[in-house]
Design a protein. Sequence first.
Length: 74
Amino acid sequence: MKFLLDANMPYSSIETFKAFAHEAIHAGDIGLGSAHDEIIMEYAARRKMILVTKDLGFGTLAVYLHIRTYGAIS
């Protein structure tokens, strides 16, 4: 599985995902550290990644903007 960690997630979380043989990248590592939530969600969706965030607003965004996601973990 592929995961995109939102900027509000600690970098150390990446190692946890990798320990279970998953691919994980942090938003800050790909220039999305200060990007709007819609941009982050669309990036993850285009790359079939599950978004991991502490921001509860992503679920609302997906519904109102009709962004097809591959999942979000809050």
